[in-house]
Design a protein around this ligand. Sequence first.
Ligand code: HEM
Length: 529
Amino acid sequence: MRDMIAAQSPIAMSCLETGCSKFGVTPGGGGAAGIIIICSGVGGAGAAVGPAPGRADDAMTYIVYSACVAIYNVTFHPLAKFPGPKIRGAFKFPMLWSLFKGSSVRETKAFHDTYGRVVRIAPDHLSFNTARAFKDIYGTRPGKKQLPKDDECDADHARIRKTISYAFSDTALREQEQLLTAHTTHLVQKLKELIKGVDDGRVNMMDYYNFLTFDVIGDLCLGEPFGAIASGEYHEWIVQIFQGLKFWRILRFGNAYPILGYFFKFVMTVVPSIEEMRDSFFKLPRVKVEKRLATETNRKDFVSYILRYNEDDERGMNREEVVDTASILIVGGSETTATILCGLTYYLLVTPRVMQKLQDEIRSTFSSEADIHLRTLTRLPYLDAVVEEALRMYPPASSIFPRRTPSEGDEIDGYYVPGNTSVGVHQFATYRSEKNFTHPDEFIPERWLKDGPEEYRNDDRAAFQPFHLGPRGCIGKNLAYFEIKSTIARLVWNFEMQLCKESKSWINQNVFLVWEKGPLWVQFRERKI
Ligand code: HEM
């Protein structure tokens, strides 16, 4: 089944074949972030009780069977006591449909507003929106096993995570700083050229942030950038990633209803180009990683850290693992960072008060652009607050990364949750809940300042975990913060920016695993320094 589904999409295949089970992120109901990792999302959530498709003799039997299951699900099922819309408790289809339509993030938020801190969003799925649930589900649990994504490959995950964690240490970030900054500087130069170009400085920053983050991650993982900023165009491989991310919602149906899965498999056999697409998707990272492995160099990219241990060392990785890990990091580390750069830029441009304060801070702290670097970026408390607030308003990992409770069940957020239940914290619903944050729908960076206004003192900061926590939390968090802050500081230093009128309602988006971002048109003018 996994093979079959995977073959439908290069990106989905990448997770199924590689990362997901060993090392990766598991987005559930429309999550984002290290998204590649679709695989476990696909395999993760089964029905609470479900017919074995193919066994039902005819449509009538199937309908009667489904009706009985639905009645059971809302009456005697162990999760029946949890609040939520009855239709969601009865059938899995409504959740899949809302994922398919892209409305699931806002719908789940609305359910939490109505039903409280835990909601049954599908027969065997519970969504939470509290700080305590974050800790119980994802945090390190002394004396208790972690809630698994996929038990089978835990050993592999721990080994690979340990090996690559050196590439994400503070020391590594210092060593990578020059390489990273070169790309941000390149973006600034490109924007200056565009100001003089035919479009008079009108730039779709959704594209350029993607170009930046893919160039950075290509350079770190594959030994060379994609050349996207230079060309001003998407590399074909990046286009395939985005197509794969969108395709994920269809895969969810294939997994939930195996009869559809068989249909997908059939389509695959009669459309050989799908297979070819998949092969070509894997070819690029393989060829580039091989080239990088064969090159003697002192550059401090991720591969250099991985190569510290050879295959015979227990911490070492074989070639396949290096290629797989590189592919996972590329997807996990690019779209997410580009997303928050877009969201942050949007909120800055629609909130002139905040933009003004940020400009004052950045332009008064530095005396030249060259002063902006890893160490000096720590002197910008308002920028820190702006980044946190953007992550709260527009979390790149907007939805749930599901975990499964052990067979004996578990206590989560004070509730006993029966075994084999899919559980997770819904980031958007958590950050936009009045129970956690005062004025949750307003962009107010001041709430994050040490001496911020009194009325935000009761905000529950522990309920804000955009990178998650615990042993599966985001390994690229420090890199992401540096990339975000360094980019925004340089843009604010160099340019005056205005949101073009066609992007005024840019924020109204659906989520197809990741936010469905439209063009973010920004008018750039060079600042007179
Ligand atoms: C704003 C940017 C980012 C956000 C919001 C983000 C968010 C997340 C979240 C929420 C998870 C946990 C998923 C889970 O618990 O199942 C995660 C995991 C992960 N992230 Fe990020 N991420 C970002 C940037 C990056 C970057 C820059 C990289 C690497 C270059 C990266 C690589 C990963 C990897 C490899 C994992 C899986 C860790 C594991 O399973 O041990 N992320 N990320």
